[in-house]
Design a binder for this molecule. Structure first.
Ligand code: BTN
Length: 321
């Protein structure tokens, strides 16, 4: 976004004179006017107030790496390598590239928009500019693949806890790892594996999408929600959500590495959207009532022949390309 500095100067919603903006940007007043026109073409609604200057009509929630880092707990600030991008194909792919390039620390990528955001089971993930949070982190675990059992459910708990800490009650988890509010899906998680693995070292890319300001998504084929929609809280800030989420994510990944999924079972279960609901599983082979999860993160369905665990096999745990 070429006009990011101008837009951030205007982001307080006040009228700014062309003269002052020219000074702050270090350009001529004509150049300011050109940037205003470009910002309008990028979708920002800027009003020209006659004789006074320019004013941003619709509020913006700009991503800012400095603000995100300032909002982090110190341990997280010291351990991550944060990249904030204006635009990217997919933040998961970006992390994959960074790992291949030998990034040091825990790579975390956040983008203002994704041109090829992806969801589970090969679906696209709608990623409009400036509206939502698109965040991925590269996490390292040691052992064989079984150490990853339940990881995506753990990430769901981390997202739910973060949103609750930020003041949103009633976040639900839909097995295996969708983030739900009563009116629909609020977010999703895509866990992917890095292609080349060292012996005993497993690199995982954890991608998280949370709908923050999204107000229109005609092409999404299921009920969806957003933070602006479900909460009366004014001014959700993507920077603030990102800081809180990174902190919880790293902390949860540490506990998971030490103690495994068992440490998160109750936290997941208490937010279970399916609990007590009539369910159909395994493509129609199994019908019964939702009874929560077992110690490996399998979903338990109580049917005519007793309680049957449904394996978490449909979780998108696949080799990323
Ligand atoms: C789902 O289908 O529910 C998972 C959606 C995951 C979307 C996030 S947005 C950040 C990261 N980058 C992607 O391309 N996908 C994930």
């Amino acid at each position: 976004m070429k006009t990011k500095v101008l837009v951030s100067l205007l982001s307080d919603g006040q009228v700014h004179s062309g003269e002052r903006l020219a000074e702050e940007l270090g350009v001529s007043r004509t150049a300011v006017w050109k940037q205003v026109r470009r910002a309008a073409a990028e979708g920002f609604e800027i009003e020209t107030v006659r004789g006074r200057g320019y004013k941003l009509v619709t509020p913006v929630d700009l991503l800012d790496a400095g603000v995100i880092l300032d909002g982090l707990v110190e341990s997280a600030r010291n351990s991550i390598c944060l990249t904030v991008l204006d635009e990217v194909d997919s933040t998961n792919t970006e992390i994959l590239r960074q790992i291949s390039d030998g990034v040091s620390g825990v790579p975390v990528a956040i983008a203002d928009c994704q041109t090829m955001g992806r969801g589970r089971r090969g679906r696209p993930w709608r990623s409009p500019r400036g509206e939502n949070l698109y965040l991925s982190a590269g996490l390292t675990f040691h052992g064989d693949f079984s150490v990853l059992d339940g990881l995506s459910l753990v990430l769901g708990v981390a997202v739910a806890e973060t949103l609750e800490e930020l003041g949103l009650p009633g976040v639900r988890l839909k097995w295996p790892n969708d983030i739900f509010m009563p009116d629909g899906k609020l977010g999703g998680i895509l866990v992917e594996l890095q292609g080349e693995l060292q012996e005993g070292v497993i690199r995982v890319i954890a991608g998280i999408g949370i709908n923050v300001h999204m107000s229109c998504a005609d092409d999404v084929d299921q009920a969806w929600s957003s933070l602006d929609r479900v909460s009366t809280q004014a001014g959700w800030s993507r920077n603030r959500i990102a800081s809180a989420l990174i902190g919880t994510l790293l902390h949860s990944a540490d506990i998971f590495a030490q103690k495994g999924f068992g440490a998160f079972q109750d936290a997941w279960q208490s937010r279970d959207l399916f609990n007590g609901q009539q369910l159909i599983a395994k493509g129609g082979e199994l019908a019964g009532v939702g009874r929560g999860i077992d110690g490996q993160g399998n979903y338990l369905v109580e049917g005519e022949s007793g309680v049957v665990p449904v394996r978490a096999g449909e979780i998108s745990l696949r080799v990323a390309r």
